[in-house]
Design a protein around this ligand. Structure first.
Ligand code: GDP
Ligand code: MG
Length: 164
């Protein structure tokens, strides 16, 4: 079948926003506060001549710090088990937190291809210095995007399909 691409990342980084932009319609639910996203949602995506199935692993987004970490682990495990490529989304505005390093370790050990995506880079000139920080996760080159402003998505998709 088609390659499967799973989106993982902590609550509020923009997983559902990216999913919706790529799916081309409002399928996944975007919330202004972390807390509610519908369970795993699938969409067919086409980029140039490549087709893939995209999964938003967001699920019900927790608010407590402990639950965030355990849910991110669970999401990452689902992605490792089911996806051909994992899109790990982080947030340039919030920077890196402990949970990001824990998930990065899990993903690295899986050996699956990971596209380290740094979202909310709404202004490339202004935020690029902060993007370099994400090299510290040790899972490759950070790819800057702004899901809501639709910036960097072409380069991001090139990076995703390069792993098929
Ligand atoms: P999720 O919890 O990871 O699924 O995140 P959501 O997609 O629900 O987005 C959480 C919040 O971040 C919402 O208020 C979005 O509008 C906002 N957001 C998403 N992408 C961007 C972006 O590229 N830039 C900015 N500034 N905000 C964004
Ligand atoms: Mg969501």
């Amino acid at each position: 079948g088609k390659p499967v691409v799973a989106i993982v990342g902590r609550p509020n980084v923009g997983k559902s926003t990216l999913f919706n932009v790529l799916a081309g319609e409002m399928i996944s639910i975007v919330k202004d506060t972390p807390g509610v996203t519908r369970d795993r949602i699938y969409a067919d995506v086409n980029w140039l001549d490549r087709d893939f199935t995209l999964i938003d692993t967001g699920g019900i987004e927790p608010e407590s710090k402990d639950i965030i970490i355990s849910q991110m682990r669970e999401q990452a495990q689902i992605a490792i088990d089911t996806a051909d490529v994992i899109v790990f989304i982080t947030d340039v505005r919030q920077g890196l937190i402990d949970a990001d390093f824990k998930v990065a370790d899990l993903l690295r050990r899986s050996g699956k291809p990971v596209v380290l995506t740094v979202n909310k880079v709404d202004n490339f000139d202004k935020f690029m210095p902060d993007v370099y920080e994400f090299y510290n996760l040790g899972i490759g080159d950070p790819v800057p995007i702004s899901a809501s402003s639709r910036l960097g998505l072409g380069d991001f998709l090139d990076e995703v399909v390069a792993h098929f």
